[in-house]
Write a protein of this length. Structure first.
Length: 434
């Protein structure tokens, strides 16, 4: 009996020890709460800053407390003070996720400080801004790089007129009729969801709703609402080409933004109680992972020939397009995709004051092969979101290479999905992918 009592007491104290939270945990949680309140307060002065919030309503600031002008000095000092408190917390003896949490909070605060500079009228050079806000600097390419790609495309698109016009003429046969857009998009979503569910276990009630909108600087947007639910808006200002159905279904939905937000909410907020992940500041390092993984998710869900087969058998007929042209379409699309960094160069030169607005549009027309109306829409995006543009292509390249380095290669799809899910479920940032 005595032995049983002693054993019971030992187990009791062991359980108490296991459930006690280290001092560092409480300190980090306090910083996380202050961080959430801080992000939401910045959002009072910048309508684009808070992309999503699904934490306690009690942490939202009162609109009535908003000052006439952004309290620049107070915000900068507060960001610095939180970073100093973080620096004093020793997480060396804690697990990897705790170390990632500390780095995440620090770099998110650094990004917020950079955004405050911008709101106060202090504009940093493009690369300095992207380093602070997204934890990354996009590579720079010389004009010759884009010219060599244009030469290759020139051979693939014979005919009269500029290469930009020839590409537009070629792609005109691949526009989804507006009256068939929803049917095509819903078919792409259904397939993307099925393929994602084969590898990633999603919460039972996860879902999203699709709306079609106009007069936006972006082509589509995912507004995450929490509790595994998103609102996805698709901009129909300009014609939507057939390849955008799968691109948007994957990027905004499965296994892109929707899945990323759902998994972060589940693993970080619900399971660990880490409040900072209930708020998503758009101009932050989290966005590079969000956009890069959303673009990479397209090729994870529809690898190689599988995409072409599905589009030929399902999407092209639904859209009323000739399925015999799908191979040629993707041959051209693969080449034009390599020109995406021309958009980064236009943004860098325009925002750093080396190009006028019209010169930037002309650059996008010539080197990114955008029709003038699309180039103008893209510049609207650049003016509004600035160095955010690097998150799509450089983010994609960083995510793709990191997954590959972890053994997630195309010939091992199951392992690739496992590594991809790991990325979506933890606070990875760009510097951790290099």
């Amino acid at each position: 009996m005595i032995k049983i009592i002693i054993t019971s007491i030992a187990i009791f104290f062991l359980l108490m020890t296991c459930t006690q939270q280290p001092k560092e945990s409480g300190e980090m949680d306090n910083i996380a709460k202050a961080y959430v309140q801080f992000m939401l307060e910045i959002g009072l002065y910048d309508n684009d800053f808070v992309d999503a919030y699904y934490g306690p309503e009690s942490l939202r600031p009162d609109e009535a407390d908003k000052e006439a002008a952004i309290p620049f000095a107070r915000f900068k000092n507060f960001a610095d003070s939180l970073r100093n408190k973080l620096a004093a917390i020793d997480v060396s003896a804690m697990d990897e996720l705790w170390q990632m949490r500390k780095t995440y909070l620090d770099k998110q605060l650094l990004a917020a400080s950079a955004r405050i500079d911008y709101l106060a009228g202090l504009k940093h050079p493009f690369d300095k801004e992207s380093a602070a806000q997204y934890d990354a600097v996009s590579p720079t390419f010389p004009v010759k790089h884009f010219e060599s790609l244009l030469v290759e495309l020139n051979h693939k698109l014979p005919g009269m007129g500029s290469l930009t016009q020839r590409l537009a003429d070629f792609k005109a046969d691949f526009i989804i009729p507006k009256e068939k857009l929803d049917a095509v998009f819903q078919a792409a979503i259904t397939e993307a969801r099925k393929r994602t569910n084969n590898y990633i276990k999603m919460p039972e009630k996860e879902n999203f709703h699709v709306e079609y909108v106009t007069d936006k600087p972006w082509s589509a947007y995912n507004w995450y609402k929490g509790k595994s639910y998103s609102l996805i808006q698709v901009n129909t200002d300009l014609p939507i080409y057939i390849d955008r159905a799968i691109d948007l279904a994957c990027h905004e939905g499965y296994p892109g933004h929707h899945v990323y937000n759902v998994l972060l909410e589940k693993s970080m907020v619900d399971e660990r109680g880490w409040l900072e992940f209930s708020v998503y500041p758009l101009f932050s390092p989290q966005s590079l992972i969000a956009e890069g993984s959303a673009n990479y998710g397209i090729e994870v869900a529809f690898p190689g020939e599988e995409r072409i087969v599905f589009e030929k058998e399902v999407l092209f007929p639904l859209a009323g397009l000739d399925p015999q042209s799908v191979e040629k379409y993707y041959e051209i699309a693969e080449l034009t995709q390599k020109l995406s960094y021309a958009g980064n160069e236009a943004a860098r030169q325009f925002l750093d004051g080396h190009m006028s607005r019209q010169e930037a549009i002309d650059w996008l027309v010539k080197y990114a092969l955008m029709a003038p109306d699309r180039a103008a829409q893209r510049l609207r995006f650049i003016e509004k979101y600035r160095s955010y543009v690097i998150n799509y292509n450089w983010g994609l390249d960083l995510v793709r290479q990191w997954v590959k380095n972890q053994g997630g290669t195309a010939d091992q799809p199951e392992k690739r999905w496992q590594i991809f899910e790991k990325l979506l479920s933890a606070p990875y940032l760009a510097s951790a992918l290099k």
